[in-house]
Design a protein around this ligand. Structure first.
Ligand code: SAM
Ligand code: SF4
Length: 447
């Protein structure tokens, strides 16, 4: 990126509210970096800042609705603080330019995902004019590690690609984030080395479809990248998200198995257990392909903790299709799932289909998926009782301030009674009890 080493925003403070996925969280860290480079400082709240940036998500209708209600609250704040500059970034800024800019009162500026490197200039000029900076291009926009203000002091995101070429029928991402483009491997390695120098214990490689990573210059594949990054001295745990079942080659499985740093954990979105629905979703694999892939993964990576995404109520989904999804959940027994009601999104192929599963049927199917998964998770979590897990300590427990909380290698949330552990370290925790969503334990005192 062009370093904004100016003092254009000196003396001003910013606050960023992030909606959506890890990609957005990571983008917010880059945007914070661009503002800090231009002299701005972070504020603790929307009420105490001069520049308020909302980083948006357009993946589901609900995420957009949340944004509009938040913007309503900000309009009230702006009445009290007329000097406040409000900007909207991210996928909704890209997709809904006209609607957002037409709102009264609307945001002062819009900035799309390919324009973040110009953020400081955009904010600086916004006190004179309203700015609209969106639009996609095919170039890689580099944010060096020196331009990232990280939220988490132990686990660092490293973006390896942008956009998506898959065009799943329900998904807005190819329209909001554009076509795939890949970050050059040396830049990725430089960022991982930077995290290593700062003592980070975990690195999470990010992209909408990381398995299709291919450096256009050298042909480096995702499997090769994983081997290279796994060889960097420093962070002990390496994860990546998101994988696509149709692009998951045996070479990637081999690279995972060969590296002790690659966590035995994988997010592998299934979406539906019905091959007919998968075909209409344009996912590029069948139920049998998915189950076969899971078998190969589990053979090569014993103890692998698998999570997935499920959409209920895609157009034309029958009761039989829905039961097929429940059957796959029973068969695979995921460690965790994220489940959603289908909602039509602009420009997508499925938006042209009738959204014909009634709202109450979608709601019931979602409840059934979640209830089944809850019982599977409870049983799975109980299997940890009596075992000792390595836990990356991330903070105090939300449930009980006397406890610390962290994540195991398989991404299980673990709340535990500390003996010596402090934030940002690994702890050995003996699991004493389990619920459907977390584990509880006691730190084992080192000998
Ligand atoms: N690239 C990833 C993948 O292939 O799964 C993540 C895409 S999206 C950001 C995260 C999840 O949102 C998807 O896996 C899907 O389950 C869900 N999703 C996407 N579009 C949706 C829609 N129109 N309605 C409901 N859920 C949706
Ligand atoms: Fe969306 Fe499919 Fe791309 Fe994931 S792989 S971002 S679901 S189009």
């Amino acid at each position: 990126m062009t370093n904004q080493k100016t003092a254009a925003l000196a003396g001003r403070t910013y606050f960023i509210r992030t909606f959506g996925c890890q990609m957005n969280e990571s983008d917010s860290e880059h945007m914070a970096g661009a503002l800090v480079q231009a002299g701005a400082r972070p504020a603790d709240s929307p009420e105490s800042c001069d520049i308020l940036l909302v980083n948006t998500c357009a993946v589901r209708e609900k995420s957009e609705e949340k944004l509009y209600s938040y913007l309503g609250r900000l309009a009230a704040l702006k009445k009290k603080k007329p000097g406040l500059v409000i900007g909207v970034a991210g996928c909704v800024a890209e997709l809904r330019r006209a609607e957002l800019f037409g709102r009264k009162p609307g945001p002062d500026f819009l900035v799309g995902p390919d324009r973040y490197e110009d953020l400081a200039r955009i904010v600086a000029q916004t006190s004179r004019v309203r700015s609209l900076e969106t639009g996609r291009d095919s170039l890689w926009h580099e944010f060096g590690p020196e331009t990232v203000v990280r939220e988490n002091p132990v686990s660092g995101y490293v973006t390896i690609m942008e956009g998506c070429d898959n065009f799943c029928a329900y998904c807005v991402v190819p329209f909001s984030r554009g076509r795939e483009k890949y970050r050059p491997p040396p830049n990725i390695v430089r960022e991982v080395e930077d995290l290593a120098r700062r003592g980070y214990l975990e690195v999470q490689l990010l992209g909408q479809n990381v398995n299709s990573y291919r450096d256009p210059k050298t042909g480096t594949s995702f499997a090769a990248l994983l081997r290279t990054v796994g060889a960097v001295d420093g962070p002990s745990w390496l994860r990546f998200i998101t994988s696509h079942p149709k692009n998951f080659s045996d070479d990637i499985i081999d690279a995972m198995a060969a590296s002790p740093k690659v966590c035995r954990e994988l997010h592998l979105p299934l979406q539906s257990g019905s091959s007919a629905v998968l075909e209409r979703m344009n996912r590029g694999y069948s139920r049998d392909h998915y189950i076969g892939l899971v078998r190969r993964l589990r053979r090569a990576l014993p103890g692998l903790s698998l999570s997935t995404d499920i959409i209920v109520g895609f157009p034309g989904e029958t009761e039989e299709d829905h039961r097929a999804t429940l059957d796959v959940l029973r068969e695979i027994r995921f460690a965790n799932i994220f489940s959603f009601r289908y909602s039509p999104r602009p420009q997508t192929a499925a938006a042209r289909l009738a959204d014909d599963v009634p709202a109450e049927v979608k709601a019931r199917r979602l409840v059934e998926v979640q209830a089944l998964q809850k019982s599977i998770q409870l049983e799975f979590h109980r299997s940890f009782i009596g075992r000792t897990l390595t836990v990356l300590v991330l903070g105090s427990s939300k449930k009980d301030a006397r406890l610390l909380a962290g994540r195991s290698e398989g991404r299980q949330v673990v709340n535990f009674v500390p003996a010596v552990a402090t934030l940002g370290r690994f702890a050995q925790v003996r699991i004493t009890s389990a619920g459907p969503y977390s584990l509880r334990g006691e730190e084992v005192r080192p000998a």
